[in-house]
Design a protein around this ligand. Structure first.
Ligand SMILES: [Zn+2]
Length: 410
């Protein structure tokens, strides 16, 4: 099975599918459609049924049930795009058999080394088959590993009809990295009761809690007057912006928080006397403290309006996604089944909150409860990204085991 996984994965990563938030189309980039169409052909070749691709590039397919029992339809999802943080063009994957646990020279000429000093988890992969970059691009294990794992699991189940399982739906979706993955996802057409994204990191990761997320855009308007004659006349928008930021709790920032702690993150600042714009993201696991964070923004903006005048302060707050836990907790058995599947395979489940969002955060609120499962990858979104093929196989086995457990419990 390992060769099959390597073959698929190294084929997918060579297609440049980096998404682009400045694009209005869906998918946001042409390359995503190229890969989506390749996946359609492959799904047909391995024997999947009802293989479709819609006008937005969403690929869906069915593996029919092999049991007469009334098993809920489950789905497995992965996204075709790669991160915007680092280039995904001309990815040149390096396969390292029987890894010796020492530093890996990714690129001799450029002196780029993946070393245990920088990445202390590296030696635990001793003896594994690893796939790395050549140091000049990201790898795209996020999320092409998920695609390869789902595809390999389906191919395996098709070759082993004696394994009893219910109906399985598969989807490969665009533009996760720019937060639009679920926007045009047709939940009704997918028609599964529950789903799992195969989009997590190292072995054992199982996630069903995400942030509640909002974005805030603040625009401060000033009044510019020659500084020599500005007394009583000038309003400096940059200083009002600084005043706004100074009223936020300094410790509640990404660089000071972890675990279940939320934050305010100033992601960009742009301005001069005349006009200054601040952009923030607001993150919190709990609905009430999430609301309190947004209220604080309103309150500070209100105070500054009172001080400088209504026209000088403009706040725009937008919710982005919510903690999927609220939608998954009522059907917690889907998390328990994934947990049990891993334990049956000797994998230690690592259940932790995602300090971010996944497609599942939005899908769960669209009526499809969707926890997230590991792919086996490390260091996503950069040149040091790598993945263990041994752990990719564990991910394939987890998918198969989940399908079996749903049948066994029906
Ligand atoms: Zn991802």
């Amino acid at each position: 099975m390992k060769n099959e996984i390597i073959e698929r994965f190294t084929t997918y990563v060579k297609v440049d599918t980096q998404s682009n938030e400045n694009s209005e189309t869906c998918p946001s980039t042409e390359g995503q459609l190229t890969l989506a169409n390749m996946l359609v052909e492959e799904l047909k070749t391995i024997g999947m049924e009802e293989v479709t691709i819609d006008e937005n590039g969403y690929v869906m397919a069915t593996l029919p049930a092999t049991t007469d029992k009334d098993v809920p339809t489950i789905g497995f999802l992965a996204h075709v795009d790669t991160a915007t943080d680092f280039t995904g063009k001309n990815v040149n994957p390096q396969v390292i058999e029987n890894f010796d646990g020492d530093a890996i020279v990714l690129n001799k000429e450029l002196g780029i080394v993946l070393s245990p000093e920088d990445f202390p988890e590296l030696p635990q992969y001793t003896g594994h088959t690893l796939i790395t970059t050549d140091g000049t691009t990201l790898l795209g294990a996020d999320n092409k590993a998920g695609i390869a794992e789902i595809m390999t699991a389906m191919a395996y189940l098709i070759k082993h009809p004696e394994i009893k399982h219910g109906k399985i739906r598969v989807a490969f979706t665009p533009d996760e990295e720019i937060g639009r993955g679920p926007h045009k996802f047709d939940v009704a057409a997918f028609n599964a009761k529950f789903a799992y994204t195969i989009d997590g990191g190292p072995l054992g990761e199982l996630e069903y809690e995400s942030f509640n997320a909002a974005g805030a855009k603040l625009t401060f308007k000033g009044k510019n007057v020659h500084p020599g004659t500005a007394k009583g006349k000038m309003v400096n928008s940059a200083k009002i912006a600084m005043e706004f930021h100074s009223k936020l709790p300094a410790e509640e920032a990404p660089e000071h928080t972890e675990g279940y702690e939320g934050f305010f993150h100033l992601s960009s600042i742009n301005g001069d006397v005349e006009e200054t714009k601040l952009q923030y993201i607001i993150r919190d696991f709990h609905r009430d403290s999430f609301q309190a964070r947004k209220n604080l923004f309103e309150k500070i903006a209100g105070e500054l309006k009172e001080k400088y005048g209504e026209q000088h302060v403009h706040l725009e707050l937008n919710d982005q996604y919510y903690n999927m836990k609220d939608k998954i907790e009522p059907v917690k058995e889907i998390v328990d089944i994934a947990y049990e599947a891993m334990e049956n395979l000797g994998i230690k489940p690592i259940v932790k909150p995602i300090r971010g969002g996944t497609d599942g955060s939005q899908l769960s609120y669209m009526g499809l409860p969707t926890p997230n499962i590991f792919t086996g990858g490390e260091n996503f979104h950069g040149r040091f990204e790598y993945i263990s093929v041994d752990n990719m196989q564990k991910s394939v086995e987890t998918i198969i085991e989940i399908a079996k457990l749903f049948e066994a419990k029906a």
